[in-house]
Design a protein around this ligand. Structure first.
Ligand SMILES: *[C@@H]1O[C@H](CO)[C@@H](O)[C@H](O)[C@H]1NC(C)=O
Ligand SMILES: *[C@@H]1O[C@H](CO)[C@@H](O)[C@H](O)[C@H]1NC(C)=O
Ligand SMILES: *[C@@H]1O[C@H](CO)[C@@H](O)[C@H](O)[C@H]1NC(C)=O
Ligand SMILES: *[C@@H]1O[C@H](CO)[C@@H](O)[C@H](O)[C@H]1NC(C)=O
Ligand SMILES: *[C@@H]1O[C@H](CO)[C@@H](O)[C@H](O)[C@H]1NC(C)=O
Ligand SMILES: *[C@@H]1O[C@H](CO)[C@@H](O)[C@H](O)[C@H]1NC(C)=O
Length: 539
């Protein structure tokens, strides 16, 4: 008994040494493979003094800064396509998985961490932008940020824009491949709805465009998470006509004020049906307020912020008709150019130069976070909403959020199967629950924050979309794939079935078409990651 136990321990020890040695062996060979094919100046092995800086500079969720799974064996920062093809070759030859990173904003950090041996292909240097004002289109490379794209368009035209996300530091590669929702979506559709061509490197290293990849693959990469199918080098996008003046307003109200409750009650029923030029976001969080007597009180505030693609003269009667209880007047509305509205909502001052959009650092203190999302199809009953918001008091003041992003408008005019992103007509708004905390908290505290956001999500099950319970890919959530009944992924059938748990939440039935396309274009599953689309023939 005892000796066999010791023997087992020795066997395990030997086995681990063999594993370690072979991992080192693979690592060295992989490095050699790269070094003999691409410039050493774009290869960052872990002993390179710049390795940590390159790794951390776009680790956008500080929750993963200390994660032990965030240790790529190498980071490669190519400048051109001829640097990328050899990395695919070496990656295949030595079995080191690839993670593709443009801006590093994946909420679960999937572009820069993994529990299997991996390296990062970091596209930060592939970031040029060409705007064609005449043709109202632009080619934008994957490593460019949204801020750089908006800036480049605005430099050439005051009446052209692009409907992507709000946050200027988000990379174009991931954002356009996964949907791309923002203040412009109700008016002009998602970023993915406005892609007209792409340049993609497939698992065989071929450079494809829309014509040579064919319409099926071109369909899959617009909103399906392009990283399951290849490496997007550039997108060609349709630019939209924006009015020379847009109007923004922001107002903060106390949730305990009956007027606010009346407004939110109406908002749930109307915000997705109002004029599609108007998009109103709602945010709820706790704050510490003081009254005239100096008594402090923790209260929930409702932050109401909006963009209107038109003048304030047109907005005024619209707001008076739709949401008279807010009592907003012309003086509450600010007119500015479209691009200045992006500057405004990135937390800069309205008269800051447009160059702030080129800054790669977010203009606020980034906190570690965990976010979950839902689609709401029927107004949440007032008493349920009260209970949901009351839960904000359970976490640290100002660190947990509930947010409403309205749908409808142009989003509802596009069919569910037009591109993989399926959340179209019938959705009132996307509901987000987010826990965040200060950097450096201990594991116990962090686990409490994570439990909080998961339990809030669970409590909302009866009131949100069902069968499947929808989720938005660019609000990546690794929790939603867990189905304990289907943990056996050794058969091809179970492998796809397991993935369908999260796949149908993000994509509804489009998931199965994506599996089919994946099977055709990447049958050996070279482009694989924790939530990548599986091919049928795998294993
Ligand atoms: C593997 O490589 C690392 C760093 O190069 C080294 O510290 C470690 O001792 C090596 N392990 C083995 C088992 O060779
Ligand atoms: C707010 O609404 C509640 C419940 O309807 C009511 O009891 C209360 O009097 C109202 N408060 C004000 C200031 O109108
Ligand atoms: C709220 O703010 C007041 C005044 O700044 C402070 O004395 C009090 O401790 C704060 N309350 C909490 C719970 O942080
Ligand atoms: C970019 O933004 C950060 C954070 O707001 C700021 O510290 C930095 O100075 C800015 N850099 C430039 C070049 O404007
Ligand atoms: C974690 O931090 C909290 C609050 O700072 C503290 O009360 C608790 O004892 C800490 N737990 C551990 C295991 O260190
Ligand atoms: C797992 O199986 C049990 C028993 O058959 C069933 O009640 C439960 O709903 C299943 N869970 C999921 C997530 O499918």
């Amino acid at each position: 008994m005892k000796s066999s136990f010791v023997f087992a321990k020795i066997a395990i020890l030997l086995f681990s040494l063999v594993l370690l040695a072979s991992a080192n062996h693979t690592h060295e060979e992989f490095l050699q493979c790269l070094s003999s094919r691409i410039p050493k100046s774009i290869i960052y092995a872990s002993n390179n003094p710049s390795y940590s800086n390159v790794l951390d500079s776009t680790t956008q969720n500080p929750r993963f800064l200390s994660s032990s799974t965030r240790n790529p064996s190498v980071i490669v920062t190519p400048f051109k396509i001829s640097h990328i093809q050899p990395t695919i070759y070496c990656s295949k030859k030595h079995g080191v998985q690839i993670r593709i990173r443009s801006g590093g904003h994946d909420y679960e950090g999937l572009s820069y961490q993994s529990s299997v041996p991996f390296f990062i292909l970091d596209l930060r240097n592939i970031n040029s932008i060409q705007v064609d004002v005449e043709k109202k289109s632009a080619w934008v490379e994957a490593g460019a940020t949204l801020g750089e794209l908006y800036y480049s368009i605005a430099k050439k035209s005051k009446t052209l824009g692009f409907p992507g996300g709000l946050c200027s530091t988000v990379g174009v590669g991931g954002q356009l491949g996964g949907g791309g929702y923002g203040y412009q979506s109700r008016t002009y559709g998602l970023a993915s709805d406005n892609i007209i061509d792409a340049q993609l490197i497939d698992a065989r290293g071929r450079i494809l465009n829309r014509k040579s990849m064919g319409e099926d693959l071109f369909w899959a990469i617009r909103g399906g998470g392009a990283g399951s199918f290849g490496i997007v080098i550039a997108w060609k996008v349709r630019l939209i006509d924006v009015p020379s003046t847009v109007t923004v307003f922001e107002t903060v109200r106390m949730w305990e004020d009956n007027v606010t409750k009346k407004f939110v009650h109406r908002y749930q029923r109307r915000a997705s049906n109002i004029d599609k030029d108007l998009t109103i976001f709602l945010g709820f969080r706790t704050t510490n307020t003081s009254d005239e007597q100096g008594n402090s009180k923790i209260q929930i505030i409702t932050i109401i912020s909006a963009t209107f693609h038109g003048s304030r003269d047109r907005l005024l009667p619209l707001m008076q008709e739709e949401f008279p209880e807010l009592g907003l007047g012309k003086e509450d509305f600010k007119e500015m150019s479209w691009v200045q509205s992006i500057v405004h909502y990135n937390n800069y001052k309205d008269d800051d130069p447009l160059e702030v959009l080129l800054n790669k650092t977010v203009n606020f203190e980034p906190n570690p976070f965990k976010l979950k999302s839902d689609y709401v199809k029927k107004p949440i009953p007032d008493d349920v909403l009260e209970k949901l918001l009351a839960r904000l008091y359970e976490e640290d003041i100002g660190y947990d959020f509930v947010e409403f992003f309205p749908y409808g408008g142009k989003l509802s005019e596009i069919s569910e199967s037009e591109i993989p992103f399926p959340h179209r007509a019938g959705n009132l708004y996307n509901l987000r629950y987010m826990a965040s905390w200060k950097q450096g908290e201990n594991t116990t505290r962090i686990n409490n924050h994570l439990s909080w956001v998961r339990s809030v999500y669970d409590s909302m099950t009866p009131y949100v979309s069902k069968n499947p319970r929808g989720a938005y890919l660019n609000f990546r959530d690794l929790d939603i794939g867990v189905n304990p009944n289907e943990s056996d992924t050794t058969s091809a059938y179970n492998y796809v079935k397991q993935a369908s748990v999260w796949g149908t939440k993000y994509f509804k039935n489009n998931f199965y078409k994506m599996v089919f396309i994946k099977t055709l274009v990447d049958p050996t599953n070279f482009f694989t990651y924790e939530q990548s689309i599986p091919p049928i023939l795998h294993h």
